[in-house]
Design a binder for this molecule. Sequence first.
Ligand SMILES: Cc1cn([C@H]2C[C@H](O)[C@@H](COP(=O)(O)OP(=O)(O)OP(=O)(O)O)O2)c(=O)[nH]c1=O
Length: 190
Amino acid sequence: MVEAVVLASKSPRRAELLQQIGLRFEVMAADIDETPAASEDAQQYVRRMATEKAMAVVALAPNRAVLAADTSVIVDGEILGKPENRRHAETMLNLLSGRSHQVMTAVALYADGQLRQALSVTEVNFAVLSSAQISAYLATGEADDKAGSYGIQGAAGYFVQHLAGSYSGVVGLPLYETAALLSEAGIGLE
Ligand SMILES: Cc1cn([C@H]2C[C@H](O)[C@@H](COP(=O)(O)OP(=O)(O)OP(=O)(O)O)O2)c(=O)[nH]c1=O
């Protein structure tokens, strides 16, 4: 029997999304340093992060197919990752209020000695957020572990006036691109 793909992620959202497309997988997360390098742009950063997450797990399970992803929010060329604390999250939400930003998710798949990558870029338009709305949202705790300090799939869903791109990519794993990578690597969905 072919062994299940390993999802190199501690994100419950990524596991849920992968379940949605019927892939048999198990989870093995590896911690990596997520500090952006001074010289890299957002696209290079998310690609490098997804690759490093995958390769950290390949080092632990060398004969398995390993899938990983990385999501960042980009506004004015600035990369917004997960907030350090509530104040940081508040600053990010004020920055995103009333304008559009990009959400980039890179996916990396290592299988049969080959690394494949895909990138999903989505344009998201936020309504103007009042300070009361931001405070109420921060109190839900949903911002704490998410890039850009919001989760489109939760209470922040109503901040979004318009989206062009991949909804699943914003949540953390673009399903079209992921299925295409799996198919290229000859890994079938059930
Ligand atoms: C923008 C946005 C991000 N997110 C989440 C997806 C990711 O879990 C997180 C971005 O952080 P990541 O560093 O990409 O992922 P992670 O640390 O949560 O998990 P791992 O590295 O182990 O795979 O933000 C949402 O859930 N909804 C959203 O709308």
